[in-house]
Design a protein around this ligand. Structure first.
Ligand code: UTP
Length: 294
């Protein structure tokens, strides 16, 4: 029987150069989207999909992430003293979530290298990888679907977003064959192809459910584009020894590692926010009118 996936690996050791100077002294995973840091959405998504063990791959300057998911007794005492019970509950809940573990990636040698850092923790079980740059606003529907397909097929499943052809050169892009509904079988996979060379309009995005075979594949790949160990190359390698599937989705994803998409996420998540949504919608309508954008 295929073992159940319990662990979410969250690679968070990158330099965040697309969001400088905001990310010079602050992890990009801790940039707030409305009222919580990006990484909190991702941990919540993992929990909503049934995972209860989280391994964050961190690096120098990222200790704010560990502090965020830890107890903070002085703050809790002060909130209690001031009768701020809602804030107290929110702060405490962060330390009472899934089991959090951390491993350091000494040098940013690439996403593939970051995932390889999880090998000892994960062992011989399937596991999920969630990139904290990619915020999914879908009640964990995508990840749930992928975990279901992994359990059914006993194989790796990669999230694939359909993108316009001019955007494909920012992503890994696979050749695929249809299987069943959103499920496709992945063949060859190309990192950042030009639109003319792209084998499909499907972009590898930041949710993966891997069989432990990915670690062997990662050990085989050489540094690729940008001198980094590319996860995409390891997925291609894996697909030569075992089946790899893709799960196609269209909507609900924001790349909060870039200022523009971070703004889009902020606006849309704020509009849907149970307490802020109504007031924010009025504020936004006013801004739109005053700037003559209506
Ligand atoms: P990105 O390339 O989007 O992140 O990697 P980055 O390198 O931090 O950002 P830019 O491109 O310079 O703006 C995708 C994910 O992989 C992690 C990043 O933290 C991000 O979550 N990553 C990347 C690592 O953990 N280690 C690495 O060596 C590279």
């Amino acid at each position: 029987m295929n073992p159940t996936v319990r662990t979410a690996v969250i690679p968070a050791a990158g330099l965040g150069t697309r969001f400088l100077p905001a990310t010079k002294a602050q992890p990009k995973e801790m940039l707030a989207v409305v009222d919580r840091p990006a990484i909190q959405y991702v941990v919540d998504e993992a929990v909503a999909a049934g995972l209860d063990d989280v391994l964050v791959v961190t690096s120098r300057g990222k200790s704010a992430i560990e502090d965020h998911f830890d107890r903070m007794p002085e703050l809790e005492l002060e909130l209690d003293r001031k009768g701020k019970q809602d804030a107290l509950a929110a702060v405490r809940a962060l330390a009472e979530g899934p089991r959090m573990h951390y491993v350091r990636q000494g040098e940013p040698l690439g996403l593939g290298h970051a995932v390889a850092m999880a090998a000892d923790h994960v062992g011989d079980r399937p596991f999920a990888v969630l990139l904290p740059d990619d915020l999914m606003v879908d009640d964990a529907a995508l990840l749930r679907g992928m975990l279901g397909a992994n359990a059914e097929r006993g194989a790796s499943v990669i999230a694939l977003k359909r993108v316009p052809s001019e955007e494909i050169s920012a992503y890994g892009c696979p050749r695929v064959e249809p299987v069943d509904g959103p499920l496709v079988r992945i063949g060859e996979i190309v990192e950042k192809p030009s639109p003319e060379d792209a084998p499909s309009d499907l972009a590898v995005t930041g949710r993966y459910v891997f069989s432990p075979g990915i670690f062997e594949a990662l050990a085989k790949v050489e540094p690729g584009k940008g001198g980094e160990i590319q996860l995409t190359d390891a997925i291609g390698e894996l697909s030569t020894s075992e089946p790899v599937y893709g799960w196609v989705f269209e909507e609900g994803r924001y790349d909060v590692g870039t200022p523009l998409d971070h703004l889009r996420a902020t606006i849309e998540i704020a509009l849907a926010h149970p307490e802020l949504g109504e007031a924010f919608a009025a504020l936004l309508a006013d801004v739109v009118r005053r700037h003559g954008l209506d």
